[in-house]
Design a protein. Sequence first.
Length: 553
Amino acid sequence: MATSDVDVEYLPPDASYAYEKKHPDAEYQDADARDTAVAQMGEVNEVRQGLHQRHIQMISLAGTIGTGLFLGSGSALTNGGPLGVLLGYSFTGLLVASVVFAVGEMGALVPLNGGVVRYSEIFFDPAMAFANGWNQTYSMAVSIPAEIVAAAVLIEFWATYNNAIWISVFGVLIVISACSFIRVYGEMEFFFSILKIMLIIGINIMALVITCGGGPDHTSIGFQYWRNPGPFVQYLGIGGSLGQFLGFWTTFNNALYAYSNIESITVAAAETKNPRVAIPMAAKRIFIRILLFYVLTIFMIGLVVPSNDPQLLSGSGTASESPFVIAARRAGIKVVPSIINAVVLTSAWSAGNSFMLTGSRMIYGMAVFGHAPAAFKRINRFGVPYVGVCFLGVFICLGYMTLSSSASTVFTWLQNIVSVATLVNWMTILTVYLRFFYGCRKQGIDRHAELPWAAPFQPYAAWISMFIFGLLFLTGGYSTFIHGDWSTSVFVSSYLNLPLIFILYFGYKFIKKTKIIPLDEIPIRPFIEEMNRNPPPITPPKTGWRRFNILWS
C-alpha cells in the first residue's frame, strides 16, 4: 500500500527527527504505522493551529446560514408553498446531517487538511481523490466570484455604482484575508456568524409578532396563507397532487444550495486546535442548529408571506425579494430592509471567505498526494498554502463576466453546475465513509470504543442519504423533459457533472493503474495508534455562565 510512501514524501526534512524526539520510545506494528504518525506531525508542524473550538463550531454554523436562506427561500416558497418548502428544507437537513456526521467521524481520526480528498486517498481509491478533488476545486473557483457578485449586487440596494468596483474591492479583501494567519479567518467568521444568528433571532421574533397582529397595521395573520393560497403550489401549472408533489420536489434544489459547504468543518483540520474534540463537537451540534435556525425560520416564512406574492420573484437580487423584507413591508415596518441587506451582504462576503479556505486547503491536500502540481504545497510564513489561494483568486475575474448581459447567462449556467457538484461531493463523502465503516468492521475495530468519535445511526443514515441524493441528482433537470419546457441550459447544467466525474475518475485509474483499497488493507489502525499516543486533552466541565452557551465551548 503506497499511501504512507507518498505521505512521507511531502514532509519537511526535520519532521521525522522531530517526531522521534517527541516519541523516543514509540513502538509500531509496521512501517505504515510509523510513517502515518510522522506524516501527521509533519503536516501539523508546517501549518499553524489557529482555529479554536469556538471558531470551528461557529464556522460549521455559518456554512448553513447565508443567501440561500435570506434570499433563496423566497423562490422555494413560490415553487412549493409553505408546507412544501418546510418539508423540503427539513428533509434535506436530515440528509445533510448524515454527511456532516460522516466527515466528523473520519476527520476526528485523520485531522489533516483537505477534507474528503484526503479520506478518499486513504480509505477508498486515489482516483476518487483526484476526480472529486478537481470537481470541488472547480466548484470553489466558480463559487467565490459568484458570492462576490452577490455582494456587489446587494450594495445596489443603497447606491448604484459600477459593479466592477465592488467586485475588485471584495476580491482583494478575500485574497488578503485568506493569505493571513488562519486565526484572522476564524475571527472574521466568528463575527459574521454572530451577526447572522442575531438577524435570524430578530426576524423570527418579527415574524411571530406580525403573525399575532403586533405589527403597525395590527392585523393578525395566523395560518391565513396556509389556507389561501394553500399549503402547496400547483407547480408548472400541473393540476392535482402531481403538480403539488413536483413543487415540493423542486424545493430540494433550493435547499441543496442553501446547505452547500456545510461539510467543510474538517477541511482545515490540521489548523484546528484539539481537532479530535472540536470536530466531533461541531458535528454533533449541527443537527440541532439546523432545526433551530433553518427549519424554524422556514416555518415562520410560510406564516408571514403568501406563496403567490409577486415580489418574491422580482429578480432584484437584493433584500427586496427576501420574504422577511416583504413581510415587513406588508405589515408597514420600514427599517428592516436595510438591516437585512447589510447582514446578507456580510453573509455573501463570509461565504466567499469560506469557499476560498475550502478550495485552497483542498488543492493543498491534492498536491500532497501528487494529484496537483507540487507548487500548491508551498506555504507562507503564516502557515497558509498561499499558492492555492492565489490560484483561486485568479478566478475572481469571472465575476466581471456579469457586467455583460450575454456573458452573465453563461455565468448563471456555471453557478447551476456548482449546485450539482455539491450533490456529487456529498455522495462521494458517503461512499468513502461506507468504505471506512465496513473497513472497521472487517478489521475488527470497535468504532465506539477505539475511534475518537463514532457517528450515530450508521451505516443506515449514509445508505438512505446516498439513495435520495442519487434520486435528486437524476431528477435535477426533470422540468426540461416536460412537453414544451425543454431548456438546453437546464439540461447541461443539471447533468454535465455526471460524465465529468466519470471521465476524471476512470481516466486517472487508466493512467495511474490505481485500485480500490481492499477493506482489510485500509490503514485505519495506524491512525488509531497515533491517536492513543497523543490523547486529546480533557475538556473541563462548563462553569458559571458558560453552562448556558449552546453555540460553542
